[in-house]
Design a protein around this ligand. Structure first.
Ligand code: ISE
Length: 339
């Protein structure tokens, strides 16, 4: 039985904990921590774990075999490094860090530990539709990929969370930066990013730029356009279409009963990412837990977290300067090349 210590018991943390307790027989949650003690105490009581007030004490606890982090984004780096230094396996929700430099510090800690201990929560790689889309591209059916159009719309920020203009890229589009690499495969890398904004929605609040549009170019010349919309107001909607020189392939909309009524022909759009990607989250946990038990982590790595974060950093610079920004990345360390 893998004993997990959990840091961060907000919406995403609770979803992971419920999945572990209800669907994964080989693992259990033994300890929890959150900056909001009341919520953490409640979650602890619900899942039969103990509450530990100090997150670093939770990481060091002898009965914690592996640590999961789903706390506030800026805390991810510190908790990840502490877990690695304690020699614990760690699953860290995205973003691995808000900055590429933070990701580099995590990679350094992991390389010092001498083996892979960390996995990043890029759960779309576990979604069956993204996996199928990847296979279609790899099979050559649509020819060579030329363009990717993707849309990332949230009903509204979760739980009324406070968001900043940077978070469109650091918190949300990091999924797109990661999953488009996953779809294309091979040695293609991102070379430049541009971020532009239309006039803002009337509903996003003072000072926020929403939606935001990002244009990326890869080393082989693929162009990618991305839309991030925090307050689309109609549901949680993720779309992706890959245009090749022989055809196109798209992510299907999740299937729901089609209702014709009142002059409409309609199906539901789910409100949250937990619903949209429920199966992907469960598969992600199952595969992570199996890999920890086998002592060999194979899921998204700190390098993958670094790549996504370096694209987000270029987006920020583009928003501030209005320019197309070259994406600067360090050489991928050998440690991460063989995995
Ligand atoms: C959220 O943090 C997530 O990870 C969701 O998957 C993403 O779609 C959403 O935009 C983020 O805010």
């Amino acid at each position: 039985m893998l004993r997990i210590g959990f840091i961060g018991t907000g919406g995403m943390g609770q979803h992971h904990i419920e999945n572990i307790m209800s669907t994964i027989p080989g693992a259990t949650v033994v300890a929890v921590n959150d900056a909001n003690e009341q919520v953490a105490q409640q979650v602890a009581a619900n899942c039969g774990a103990r509450y530990i007030a100090d997150p670093y004490a939770l990481i060091r606890a002898e009965d914690v075999d592996a640590v999961m982090i789903a706390s506030w984004d800026p805390t991810h780096e510190g908790f990840s490094i502490a877990a690695i230094e304690a020699g614990k396996y760690v699953f860290c929700e995205k973003p691995l860090s808000d900055t590429p430099e933070g990701c580099q510090r995590i990679m350094e800690a992991e390389m010092k530990a001498g083996k892979r201990l960390l996995q990043v929560g890029f759960m779309r790689r576990y979604d069956k539709d993204y996996r199928e889309l990847r296979e279609v591209i790899a099979s050559g059916t649509i020819g060579i990929p030329l363009v990717i159009h993707a849309t990332h719309r949230n009903l509204a920020p979760a739980g009324g969370a406070e968001i900043t203009n940077d978070m469109a890229a650091t918190n949300s589009l990091v999924h797109e930066f990661d999953v488009t690499r996953f779809l294309i495969g091979g040695n293609d890398t991102y070379v430049s990013a541009q971020l532009v904004t239309p006039r803002p929605s009337r509903f996003c609040g003072e000072g926020l730029l929403d939606p935001q549009l990002v244009y990326l170019e890869t080393s082989s010349g693929i162009r990618i356009d991305l839309e991030m919309y925090w307050y689309c107001r109609y549901g949680y909607d993720i779309q992706c279409e890959v245009v090749g020189d022989l055809g196109t392939a798209s992510l299907p909309a999740p299937s729901h009963t089609v209702v014709r009524c009142d002059g409409k022909n309609a199906f539901k759009v789910v409100p949250t990412w937990q619903e949209r990607f429920h199966e992907a989250y469960v598969t992600e946990l199952r595969e992570w837990i199996a890999s920890v038990q086998a002592g060999k982590i194979v899921g998204p790595s700190a390098w993958d977290g670094y790549v996504a974060s370096s694209v987000a950093a270029a987006c920020r610079q583009s928003r501030l300067t209005g320019e197309i920004i070259p994406i600067e990345q360090v050489q991928c360390p050998e440690f991460y090349q063989s995995i």
